[in-house]
Design a protein around this ligand. Sequence first.
Ligand code: ADP
Length: 558
Amino acid sequence: MIKILFISDNNEQIDKYDAILNKTSNEYYCISDEAIISDVINSGVPDIIIIDQAYKNLRNIHKLIKSYTDNTVVIFLINSSPVEKEILKYANAFITYDMPEDLINSTININLRMKNAIEMLSNSNKDLADSLYRLNALYSTSSQFAGTLDKEKLLRCMSEGMDRALSFSLNCTLSLCTETEPVLILDSLYELSEELISAIKLRTILNYNSIFDGAEPPFKIEIDKLKVVKHVKNTANRFTFNLFQYDNMFAPIKLADNIFGFVEIFKDGSFSSDDSTCFQTIAQQVALPLKNASLYQEIIEANVKLEKLERLKSEFISIVSHELRTPLTSIKNSLDILSSGKCFDMTESAEKFLAMASRNVQRLSGIINDLLDLSKIEAGKMEFKFAPTNINTVIDYVKTALSVVAKSKGIELVVDVLENIPDTIADSQRLEQVLTNLVSNAIKYTPEGKTIKISSKVVNGNDIKINDIFKDSISGLSGDYIQVSVKDEGIGIDPKDQLRAFDKFAQIENSLSRKVGGTGLGLPIAKQLLEAHKGAIWCDSELNKGSKFTFVIPLVRT
Ligand code: ADP
């Protein structure tokens, strides 16, 4: 209902307005007594105040209503005498003594409509400002979510975001993010009494059982054992309220079947439906980063386990290989003595068996050396003797060493090197080891009567053309490199297996691999030795056509 106050000490005008206002359904007062005027205003600011300009205590009235002028329409009833400018400032409209009733009514109505329109505008402005503020809080909260994979921090960001947007008095979050036990986090404006904490715990247990939709909850929570973490903003004050008298909002924190807990906030005052949307949004938004944080934690744990296993495996290999080497050396020495014929008269078959035993001992010691090399490289304990090295000398050495084996298979070893290739700083023995492995493989996987070509040249890192699957191996190569290739006309490697051939213990299934045997260690060792030289290795190969293994090492060692 509209409240109208008419102030005048002119009886004629009071009667006139009394008659006019009486015809409306409004609450109205036509008064001249100052004390009553003040009572009427104090009992609720009128929507319209009409003041006679000739009222004797105009100054006092002006003082009284000055602070209400934002919420009320002030209309001056004027006669011909002048009015003080200061007072006129507050006038929204003017009416005259002799104004007819219909004009007075329409002036009142127009001003009332304007007052309503202004009120509506200011309300929607306020709503808009509130929404903007909330949006801002939501935005900054979700940016904070993106910045961490720590579950505890994520829940803190959630609570801070809710406080920024909704100004709660108390936030009770039950976190199921820890593996061992649930934790009740209380973010409170004031200090909480023991009784209040007990009431909250009880409520928490009821809420906890409700979020699993009848399914078995992961933990059994006992009220006395429930762990509570408290953050109190203002420790000088203490809440004395009964929880149930406050307005509250509740939301589970979950993503599909993953339940991370729930959050319930309380406020002295009431939450609006916009507040509820904002609250639910934040509670939903935190679930995804919490899920990511869980996955991240699982990955870290799996990595730690893997690293431990890898270390154990390396240690095991290293110990076993050492243990095998000593007896193997003594077997080898004994076989050498027996083969020399100094111990007994050698028969043909004895010689054959001794030669077979020697070959296998040789092979076994090769495998043990490979295992030891690998475990040394992986433990970072491989020692390198870097010195000026000419790659063509290394190629020569390997060619000579393997020419007998190649010849026995009717394979021709061809060398096509860059004459006067510059020296580089490298460990020549390790390069011999790499090249020996590549050429031995080429011999192993090439049928009789074919050719194997070993070549050397200088290339620039940017000019290296490489199969896409190996492009990671050469990323970062720049400057000049010595390049060595071993090209065979053998069985080739299927493109899908080429990258795997450089993995430890990898043996590619083909017609020969079982027959020729091997450990699957040669290429990974070569790769690691070359990486220690800041170089790289890759292959080009076509099934049944042949393979070309290529490695590079920097021309100038930095
Ligand atoms: P291995 O001791 O088994 O030869 P490597 O690490 O040297 O171990 O090689 C790994 C696998 O790569 C081999 O088992 C083989 O299947 C394949 N491979 C290596 N070199 C060649 C080649 N020149 N031609 C065809 N396959 C090859």
